[in-house]
Design a protein. Structure first.
Length: 246
């Protein structure tokens, strides 16, 4: 982050963990603020590499750096047993269920995409809701000029479809035919993700495949390809509400 003017954690060939940020460097300190029962909380930094504050922006500086000099990153993370740091999400992205459980959506979304290679984007829903649901998009071709998602499925998606008794080559075909074997394969992937959940509140109860993938031109993704969750919530409000009709 720009408020930290140099490296703070590092991995080396002799000590590293896949997907971790490494270990805290000498002369620096890292702490997890207000960790939950799993050890996940806000990542905070301390050291000479931390900035002095925002120029002529006292209030914003006090929000970023506490009285003890710790820079609050806004990132959620945790340490493993060997003190390797892992980022698990952003505080602003945190889902707080109707039951009061805090859930970082990114690890669950990444797990869905890992278990189901046909999935391009997964967005977890559940803030102030009784259970989690997820919006799914399929990997498809993109227009070379505009970057808009096309109806034609990407090769990875076609292979997944054919492997699961679905002869479709277009997203619209998948949705129209609704082949039982294909939808069972998707549910099996969701079940595999749920099997790793640490509580029932973290299990996905409902899901839907959307008609088109997310894109910058469509507004669902920002210029750096980050998911614009607020935009997606508005765009698919009716679908989301249908999940939670009593």
């Amino acid at each position: 982050m720009s408020e930290s003017t140099g490296p703070h954690t590092v991995s080396q060939k002799d000590f590293f963990r896949m997907t971790s940020c490494g270990k805290t460097m000498d002369g620096c300190k890292t702490k997890i603020d207000k960790p939950d029962e799993l050890g996940s909380g806000e990542i905070c930094f301390w050291g000479r590499n931390i900035f002095m504050g925002y120029l002529n922006m006292g209030e914003q500086t006090r929000e970023a750096i506490d009285k003890a000099g710790w820079l609050h990153s806004g990132d959620l993370g945790k340490f493993d047993e060997d003190d390797f740091l892992y980022i698990t999400g952003r505080i602003k992205e945190l889902i707080i269920t109707a039951g009061g459980e805090n859930i970082a959506p990114v690890p669950i979304e990444d797990s869905v995409k890992s278990k189901l290679p046909i999935i391009s984007n997964a967005m977890l829903i559940g803030d102030k809701r009784k259970f989690l649901s997820v919006l799914l998009t399929l990997k498809c071709y993109m227009d070379d000029e505009t970057g808009a998602p096309l109806d034609a499925l990407a090769p990875t998606s076609v292979v997944f479809c054919h492997k699961n008794e679905c002869p479709a080559t277009f997203v619209s075909e998948v949705l129209r035919k609704h082949d039982p074997a294909f939808y069972k394969a998707i549910q099996d992937g969701i079940d595999a993700v749920n099997s790793k959940a640490t509580s029932n509140a973290q299990k996905i109860q409902k899901w839907v495949i959307l008609e088109k993938d997310f894109s910058i031109i469509g507004g669902e993704l920002g210029p750096t390809m980050k998911l614009r969750r607020g935009v997606v919530l508005k765009m698919y409000k009716d679908i989301i509400e249908s999940f939670y009709v009593d």
